[in-house]
Design a protein around this ligand. Structure first.
Ligand code: SF4
Length: 296
């Protein structure tokens, strides 16, 4: 059953625009996520509780957002809103609840630009409102010559392997469904991209797998591919670090010592690994003429 909560605020302002996603604000209509990805960083991190598949809907989102957006306009603070920074804005309950759809309606009314992060094909339902936002959104001055319009949509992937995805992202649409959804938005004139976050050490970070991701971005008409390594947080049974290691022990026991060597008790893989990933990704993206950032 869905947990309904009354949020005190909805729109959170970043101290400065984040360089990767270009967000001035973050907004999460839901807490928790039905996609239940075992690597979900909100499980056990400072950003969330032990979410699992439990979903909380911020049922008072619409009046609060109206108030906050009006205040932002009054202060002349326009900027890009990241929708779904901590939890996918299209969990399964969204189909009936339409909370995200109502929020998009408010965003359109107040002409704010938006960057949506999702794995869900349910976003296709909202193409009419997103077309409306595309037409009216007012971009921050310094981005007005760098973006064609005020809607960016990123689809997240950890792997293109359908079998692996079923195990590690059991509630999410398959990778091919996500790619096809992305292409529908690209074909409709939206700026879309792949977020390969996280790439999974020894499971989806080989040259061949990165090349497949970059090639898929071309084939399905993404404008960019962003990537990042895996982070693992928390030690309680529901936390992503515990859940992820349980998955490894069950499916890839030989990888457990490899991960322990790579993470060395930290939340992220070694700097050496991260540099190596960046070099590999950069080289392969260059080879295919794919950008690793949203704006040039
Ligand atoms: S879709 Fe995103 S928010 Fe939802 S469980 Fe997966 S990683 Fe977490």
């Amino acid at each position: 059953m869905i947990n309904e909560i009354n949020a005190k605020t909805l729109l959170n302002k970043n101290k400065k625009r984040d360089d990767w996603f270009l967000g001035n604000y973050t907004l999460n209509p839901y807490g928790g996520c039905s996609m239940a990805c075992i690597y979900c960083y909100t499980n056990g991190s400072k950003y969330g509780g032990n979410y699992g598949v439990r979903v909380s809907a911020k049922i008072n989102a619409v009046p609060i957002l109206k108030k906050q957006l009006k205040n932002s306009i009054r202060r002349n603070e326009r900027g890009i809103i990241i929708l779904g920074s901590a939890a996918d804005p299209y969990p399964s309950v969204e189909k009936d609840l339409t909370l995200t759809r109502q929020i998009l309606g408010i965003i359109k009314r107040y002409k704010f630009p938006i960057h949506i992060l999702t794995k869900s094909e349910l976003i296709l339902r909202d193409m009419d409102i997103l077309n409306g936002i595309k037409e009216v959104a007012i971009l921050p001055d310094d981005l007005s010559d760098k973006l064609d319009n005020g809607v960016i949509i990123s689809f997240s992937f950890s792997t293109l392997d359908e079998k692996l995805s079923k195990i590690i992202e059991p509630g999410a649409p398959s990778p091919i469904e996500r790619l096809e959804t992305m292409k529908k938005y690209s074909d409709a004139g939206f700026k879309t991209g792949i977020i390969n976050m996280p790439t999974l050490p020894f499971l989806s970070d080989s040259e061949k797998e990165i090349e497949s991701m970059v090639k898929a971005s071309k084939k399905y008409r993404a404008h960019y591919v962003l990537y990042a390594g895996l982070t693992l947080y928390g030690d309680t049974p529901d936390d992503c670090k515990t859940v992820y290691y349980n998955f490894l022990e069950k499916n890839y026991p030989d990888l457990v010592p490899e991960y322990e060597k790579l993470f060395k008790g930290s939340n992220a893989p070694s700097k050496r690994y991260q540099n190596h990933l960046a070099i590999k990704y950069g080289e392969i993206s260059n080879k295919y003429g794919v950008k690793n950032n949203i704006i040039v």
